[in-house]
Design a protein around this ligand. Structure first.
Ligand code: ACO
Length: 376
């Protein structure tokens, strides 16, 4: 067996497995889901169609898409026990913590959905259908608002807005959210997907894998960045202050949220698409505040550090323009990425090999055990 002492910190550039789901060309700035360019999917597809594509490896026929859309609509209601459990969580909890707990609890109230085999696709549909309801249930309770009945006839994008805000979004808003969901649906072996696959590779169930993934997505270097972008914009305030704030942050060696990427060496193609949606929504609402600030920020960060924007830079501006609170931005990311996580879990079950890398040991050996009473 080959012995390698070379450590790839952060597993950078390590090829860990084969996958047919998603391809990133970091040099050309291309992103492909199951063979289809993200730019085409964002222009012509819907989140439901993309979920089908990720789970089945091909685009659906018309009847298949209608069937999936109906099933997703019909499966939005939460089991009563899960709703009660969400209501018992502290109202000041972060919605990502609530989501992680709720996904974990789901397995205890609907264990039949959690089988660790290819039939887990039913569980994938159940989680994808129910996550907006979980988020809406918690968000509305913390604001003292009544529980809403799920609306099975709405598209996934419209229902997400409805579940949170109790209003029917406009066509433009619905399409903006739909595109955001499409763009967030998968991204190869990103940290949260990798953690989902590690969990699945032990033959654990889908809900355990998604619980791992939600916890991983929460971190500010991953999905949690979109919330921090808003904090950065608030700190900058006006475009004239951008250079000063960016320089001060870089001098303190702070990370600029929404910039840089492990794989893309050019602009993240998802940022290119969302930038345009941020502008369109801002124009429609007569509020280009975010767009103008973000454009200036991009310019200054490139000048000062040569970094390109990633997906998280523009997503928050789209949600904020709809009136969605900042701490729901990362949970919305999860509401989409659950489709990709579960596609990867299904793929893992089909070609299972325990994921268990090794570490280069740099600690001591052969220390003599000293009984506690004799330790100084
Ligand atoms: N702000 C400031 N400096 C940065 C940033 C950033 N956003 N990103 C990278 N750098 C710098 C690092 O400080 C380092 O500089 P140095 O060589 O002068 O020390 C260099 O670029 C390389 O950075 P690494 O951390 O080694 O690169 P890595 O591939 O691990 O970084 C990451 C990827 C974690 C995404 C990084 O770019 C980052 O922290 N970005 C901010 C958080 C963010 O936006 N995350 C969302 C990512 S996309 C997603 O999850 C959907």
């Amino acid at each position: 067996m080959p012995e390698s002492s070379e450590v790839q910190r952060g597993l950078q550039d390590v090829v860990a497995l084969e996958s047919r789901i998603c391809f990133i060309d970091g040099k050309q700035g291309r992103l492909i889901y199951q063979g289809y360019d993200i730019r085409d999917l964002a222009a012509y597809s819907t989140f439901e169609e993309v979920a089908f594509l990720l789970w089945n490896g091909r685009l659906p026929r018309a009847t298949e898409l209608t069937d999936l859309t109906h099933r997703l609509g019909a499966r939005r209601e939460l089991p009563a026990a899960l709703g009660d459990e969400i209501d018992r969580l502290p109202a000041d909890a972060h919605p990502m913590d609530v989501l992680r707990s709720a996904v974990s609890s789901f397995a205890t109230v609907e264990p039949a959905e959690t089988k660790p085999d290819a039939s887990a696709i039913a569980g994938a549909e159940r989680l994808t259908a129910a996550i907006p309801t979980i988020l809406g249930r918690f968000h509305r309770r913390r604001r003292g608002m009544p529980v809403l009945k799920p609306r099975p006839e709405m598209s996934a994008a419209a229902y997400l807005v409805y579940a949170l805000l109790d209003r029917q979004p406009t066509d433009l808003e619905t399409r903006a959210v739909d595109v955001a969901l499409i763009l967030h649906a998968d991204h190869e072996l990103n940290a949260s997907t990798f953690s989902a696959r590690v969990t699945a590779s032990t033959l654990s169930d889908l809900y355990s894998a998604v619980t791992s993934a939600v916890g991983t997505l929460k971190g500010p270097l991953h999905g949690g960045a979109n919330e921090r972008v808003n904090a950065l914009l608030n700190e900058i305030g006006t475009p004239e202050r951008t250079t000063e704030v960016v320089r001060a942050k870089l001098a303190r060696k702070e990370r600029l949220m929404g910039f840089g990427h492990r794989v893309y060496k050019v602009e993240d193609p998802r940022a290119t698409i969302l930038r345009e949606w941020s502008r369109r929504l801002g124009e429609a609402k007569g509020d280009l505040h975010y767009y103008v600030l973000l454009r200036e920020l991009e310019k200054v960060v490139f000048q000062e550090k040569g970094l390109y924007p990633n997906l998280d830079l523009y997503s928050g501006s789209v949600y904020a323009l709809l009136g969605i609170p900042t701490d729901l931005f990362t949970p919305i990311f999860a509401a989409s990425r659950v489709s990709g996580w579960s596609a990867h879990v299904l793929e893992e079950y089909q070609d299972l090999r325990l994921i268990r890398p090794t570490a280069k040991y740099i600690g001591a050996v052969d220390l003599k055990y000293v009984p506690i009473a004799q330790r100084s």
